[in-house]
Design a protein around this ligand. Structure first.
Ligand code: PHE
Length: 342
């Protein structure tokens, strides 16, 4: 009995000193001490040699020893599962994967601003089809077949049916409005338009327009000027200067192009304004009587003005975008610069 107690004491010391670190070491510990052929099992075998009157005490001691080994094994297991969480390849201090926040496209931003300025003046918004017939895009706009001005707005035709084309301006939407609505008409027509152009920094085969139309009794060129002047001031600020240059459009008479002082160089000359200090932003004029009559609007009673601008151009001046191609390349480095602009 004495010998047994002494032996258990020695084992306890050995076990206390054991310091397995890896999961494999701990498993080896379990097999060595607690396995079916392990130490605990084998010391239990000593019971049969113990004298009857000592059996109770010896049983107690052996049981304590078994509990002692099991407790040690449990604590080793806990230790390793704790270190598993802290001692791995995962660096929990690394920042997470950012959730990318989208932004509005710059053309949408500018379009929204243009629309809201004209809405303040009571203009309604109208949209129409991008695939048009010849009449709404050209004929009704006083651009009959073989008219030389069609050259400036060459577009894409549909082989099977050349009477259909991709609209070159949203004047076609104005045509559709005049077709079904009687004056007064006060409408802007935003939308995508197409032209047969070679793509470069300054030209593209599609772009966006906002055209406007105001028809009523006694609408004059002064109304046109004041409306567009209001638009420019709201869009670009009070300091921007405006000038009108006589021009020609088949659907307006008289016609004028409107320039604003160059916002990039503030008039001193740069390649955006081609060193003139002025940039053209829109075409405009008084609606040609023939256009009114095409829709049964009495040109002796009613007059009107119309204008049309390219959204890309307004956006170029507002946000200094110097290459038209950027708008449609979907380059995230370009687009994300507009995050937070509302
Ligand atoms: N429709 C013309 C264009 O696309 C712009 C314009 C509209 C000019 C209305 C005058 C009046 O070029």
């Amino acid at each position: 009995m004495e010998k047994l107690l002494q032996q258990l004491e020695n084992y306890k010391k050995e076990i206390t000193a054991a310091n397995p670190v890896s999961a494999d070491d701990i498993e080896a510990f379990r097999i060595k001490y607690l396995g079916t052929k392990g130490l605990v099992k084998s010391v239990m075998g000593f019971m049969k040699d113990v004298a009857i009157d000592k059996k109770k005490e010896a049983g107690q001691q052996l049981n304590d020893f078994k509990l002692f080994v099991e407790a040690k094994y449990e604590s080793l297991k806990n230790l390793i599962s704790e270190t598993k969480h802290t001692n791995t390849d995962i660096d929990i201090s690394l920042p997470g994967n950012p959730v990318l926040v989208g932004s509005r496209h710059p053309l949408s931003l500018v379009l929204k601003q243009i629309i809201s300025i004209f809405q303040q003046l009571g203009f309604a918004v109208a949209e129409g089809p991008e695939i048009e017939d010849d009449w709404h895009n050209f004929g009704a706009m006083n651009l009959p077949e073989n008219h030389p001005a069609r050259d400036m707005q060459d577009t894409f035709y549909i082989n099977q049916n050349p009477a259909w084309l991709l609209r070159t301006h949203t004047s076609s939407v104005q045509a559709r409005i005049m077709e079904k609505q009687k004056p007064p008409i006060r409408v802007i027509c935003p939308g995508r338009v197409y032209r047969n152009e070679t793509i470069s920094a300054r030209a593209h085969c599609f772009f966006h327009q906002v055209e406007g139309l105001y028809i009523d009794e006694n609408v004059s060129f002064a109304d046109l000027k004041q409306t567009l002047y209001f638009f420019v001031q709201e869009m670009f600020g009070k300091d921007v200067k405006v000038r009108f240059r006589p021009s020609y459009f088949p659907f307006t008479e008289p016609s004028a192009e409107m320039d604003i002082s160059c916002l990039i160089c503030e008039g001193s000359g740069c390649n955006v304004c081609k060193h003139t200090g002025w940039v053209e932003i829109l075409g405009s004029g008084m609606v040609h009587p023939t256009v009114l009559e095409n829709f049964g609007i009495d040109s002796n009673k009613y007059t009107g003005f119309a204008f049309g601008m390219g959204v890309e151009r307004i956006c170029q001046l507002k946000y200094r975008v110097n290459d038209l191609r950027l708008y449609s390349q979907n380059d995230i480095r370009f687009l994300k610069q507009f995050t937070g602009v509302v």
